[in-house]
Design a protein around this ligand. Structure first.
Ligand code: GLU
Length: 442
């Protein structure tokens, strides 16, 4: 049996966003489940748009998520391999130079569309003889290199979409090398997937046509092809295209908003599949339970708001030891830090909320707005508060005394006091809250 090899292949031309994460995660889960290899491949053949700062950012984002890679490959370091493959395709008669300008191609497409035909490249360049090519080269510079598709059907069993069959005649011969010599993604990707022994490729369904052409190029190079699966694209909660909003859904933005990696991974590992989102069990459960065939082909609705309750659940499930550094960082003294965590754990939306809780306990409550009647009641109650420091018995002793003196009971008694002390209508056990105050209330 061959080892499972997958790759995540971002172009380092920007930050990675929630859509890229889905691709990265699926490929990572497949590799980890099989005990195989996960390659971070940087598709950086575009020297102008590729930037080292994005390479660093991509690595940082993946590390934050815990999506560890086994090795990094950079396409910019493999240009000789692509040149060799291009020679092979030339020798096999599957590569031809074409000289049309973008404007000419556009005109051809418009004409075809007007005639009700699909806008497929007409292969005019195949008819050029050497003298004509020389003349065009002198006039326009080097041409682009197109792969000559074999006009047959291209079939594969897609891991998500099922049986796919594409008529190669409906697809333009893809340009693999630009006029300036820059190798394009399709050729580089084919060579890498083949030479790196990639066994499974999962990517967005916007790549389906690419896959058809890549299968033929691999065959022309005498190679088999990996198994392919194309996941649906993400849409916003109302089904609207997400592409325009992806800028605000970069992983670094989500991180800045306090979203927890495990919340993100748990949601994205199951969203769009027939399996429920499961937080217990952590990464191991995500890996074990992952099955790409359980994802559907329909666009997948994604609502960033869903990450918030998941984040709160991830945080509240954390044992003290895992939160100790964050708790210390906001200034909570070590002696009370475990109690502090027990009290606030169910009441933090993100780690950033720890600071607010500590401020409350360190400085005492800020004045809250109360109805006049409750204000008077609270003022009276404060007069009955036992002396600081407070203990676990303080709350019941206090409320008993207040009940006795005012005659209030139940919600009428407890609610205004809870509000005055914590600023919240609902929250942690008051008996556990009181001992955390470092200063007398009032
Ligand atoms: N660099 C390509 C992209 O980001 C990779 C696609 C692929 O997985 O082959 O779209």
């Amino acid at each position: 049996m061959t080892d499972t090899v997958t790759r995540f292949a971002p172009s380092p031309t920007g930050f990675i966003h929630i859509g890229n994460l889905r691709t990265a995660l699926f490929n990572w889960l497949i590799a980890r489940k099989a005990g195989g290899t996960f390659i971070l491949r940087l598709d950086d053949t575009d020297p102008v748009r590729s930037k080292q700062e994005y390479v660093d950012a991509i690595k940082e984002d993946l590390e934050w998520l815990g999506l560890t890679w086994d090795r990094v490959e950079r396409q910019s370091e493999r240009l000789d391999r692509y040149a060799a493959a291009a020679d092979e395709l030339r020798a096999a008669g599957r590569f031809y130079e074409a000289f049309e300008t973008p404007t000419e191609l556009d005109l051809k497409r418009k004409k075809q569309l007007n005639m009700g035909r699909p806008p497929v490249y007409d292969r005019a360049a195949l008819g050029l003889d050497e003298a004509e090519k020389e003349r065009l080269r002198a006039e326009r510079g080097d041409g682009v290199w197109r792969f000559k598709l074999d006009q047959a059907r291209i079939d594969w069993a897609d891991g998500i979409l099922g049986d796919i069959s594409i008529d190669a005649a409906s697809v333009s011969d893809p340009v693999l090398i630009r006029g300036d010599g820059q190798v394009l993604y399709t050729l580089a990707s084919v060579v890498d997937d083949t030479e790196m022994g990639v066994t499974h490729v999962v990517r967005g369904s916007d790549h389906v046509t690419n896959t058809a052409t890549q299968i033929q190029i691999m065959e022309a190079l005498g190679q088999g092809h990996p198994s392919f699966a194309h996941h649906s694209l993400l849409t916003g909660p109302g089904g609207e295209a997400l592409s325009k909003r992806l800028g605000t859904l970069s992983l670094r933005d989500l991180r800045a908003q306090g979203i927890e990696p495990m919340a993100l991974l748990s949601l994205m590992a199951r969203l769009g599949s027939s399996d429920p989102v499961e937080l217990r069990g952590g990464l191991d459960e995500l890996i074990e339970g992952f099955d790409v065939s359980r994802f559907g082909s329909a666009p997948t609705k994604f609502d960033a708001e869903d990450l918030k309750p998941l984040t709160a659940r991830v945080i509240s499930a954390r044992p003290y030891e895992e939160m100790a550094d964050d708790i210390r960082a906001v200034g909570v003294p070590d002696e009370i830090a475990p109690d502090f965590w027990e009290v606030v754990r169910e009441n933090v939306a993100t780690r950033a909320d720890l600071a607010g809780w500590w401020e409350l306990f360190r400085d005492g409550p800020k004045a809250v707005e109360l109805e006049a009647e409750d204000r008077a009641f609270v003022d009276e109650a404060y007069g009955l508060l036992p002396a600081h420091p407070y203990g676990p018995e303080t709350w019941s002793a206090w409320t008993d005394a207040v009940k006795e003196q005012t005659g209030r009971k139940g919600k009428q008694l407890f609610m205004p006091l809870r509000l005055a002390v914590t600023g919240l209508a609902r929250g942690p056990e008051m008996a556990a809250v009181m001992p955390l105050f470092q200063v007398p209330l009032r």
